[in-house]
Design a protein around this ligand. Structure first.
Ligand code: NAP
Length: 276
């Protein structure tokens, strides 16, 4: 029987996951379909029960359900539980188990540049949901230092406090971070500053950027944010949000099928969609 996979969100029309994942399902000749479902927050519990009743094989959840879904699952892995957000659910013999592949997806995207974080000073800009997944997962990689800067510094402090993994971390104001930017090997921009339509904005000044650093922006619309353009002009290596998106999807696909898919194919598909 044809299997069903899905993504639940509200809204959901913008999601690129169906394009990316239906393509790899057919590429690996898996008799399955991946469908986007628009589910309002009020209907989430009912939707989860319905998906269980029909025996869905697995699904993703996106905004605004990543945290709200947790009470409706049968189990949540430790990392997702500490992050407090699930983006991937596996149907394990009738039990819905939640995972978070966002943080590992981001880190896997850095593999071409970084094999070990033990000597790396990392700065995360932002302290929202995406920052939390990246910060907690990065903490498990044991970087030399893992600092956070955020407009609201208390939120950065709360994130550091909440992290169950031992790290050497400081919470910085945006101005302090800009002043000390030359100390960082990796700078990760996780806010929505610079996202379409506000493409002329950047979260912090790059005047002190280390030209040897790797600068990431998890935004993918536009592909080149002003932040990345300025970082490239300073000589830094840059990476946009397509890698995180592709790898979080690849890790979800692997959890459902046991196959780690062809990420080059997935990336090309996503880029074709975004460039169109
Ligand atoms: P969120 O939880 O709402 O967090 C927003 C963050 O942006 C907070 O740190 C907030 O600071 C900061 N911020 C908002 N407006 C600001 C402003 N005017 N000036 C300075 N800082 C500001 O959002 P999220 O879910 O983490 O998503 C953030 C971005 O990540 C979005 O662009 C999203 O598309 C992208 N994303 C990409 C991927 C991917 O796969 N590539 C995955 C997930 C998310 P305060 O705490 O001070 O409010």
């Amino acid at each position: 029987m044809k299997k069903l996979f899905a993504v639940l969100g509200y809204p959901i029309g913008h999601s690129m996951s169906p394009i990316m994942l239906n393509d790899v399902l057919s590429y690996y000749e898996i008799d399955a379909h991946y469908h986007p479902f628009k589910v309002s927050p009020d209907e989430l519990e009912t939707a989860i029960r319905g998906l269980k009743a029909i025996g869905i094989s697995g699904f993703n959840v996106t905004i605004p359900h990543k945290s709200a879904i947790i009470p409706f699952l049968d189990g949540v892995d430790d990392l997702a539980l500490s992050i407090g957000a699930v983006n991937t659910v596996v149907n394990d013999n009738g039990k819905f188990i939640g995972y978070n592949t966002d943080g590992y997806g981001f880190i896997k995207g850095l593999n071409p540049y970084i094999s070990s974080f033990s000597d790396k000073k990392v700065l995360v800009i932002g302290a929202g949901g995406a920052a939390r997944a990246i910060y907690f997962t990065m903490a498990k990689m044991k970087p030399f230092a893992l600092d956070i800067t955020n407009r609201t510094v208390t939120k950065a402090e709360e994130l550091i406090e909440a992290c169950p993994f031992e790290t050497r971390s400081k919470a910085l104001s945006l101005e302090d971070a800009a002043n000390h930017l030359n100390e960082y090997d990796v700078v990760i921009q996780t806010t929505m500053i610079g996202m379409y339509p506000n493409i002329s904005e950047t979260p912090i000044s790059l005047r002190n950027l280390n030209p040897q650093s790797l600068v990431c922006d998890i935004i993918y619309n536009p592909l080149d944010t002003k932040f990345l353009i300025e970082a490239r002009q300073k000589g830094a290596t840059v990476q946009n949000g397509v890698e995180m998106f592709v790898y979080q999807g690849a890790l979800a696909f692997e959890k459902w099928t046991g196959i780690f898919p062809d990420v080059k194919r997935m990336r090309e598909n996503v880029l074709r969609f975004l460039e169109a």
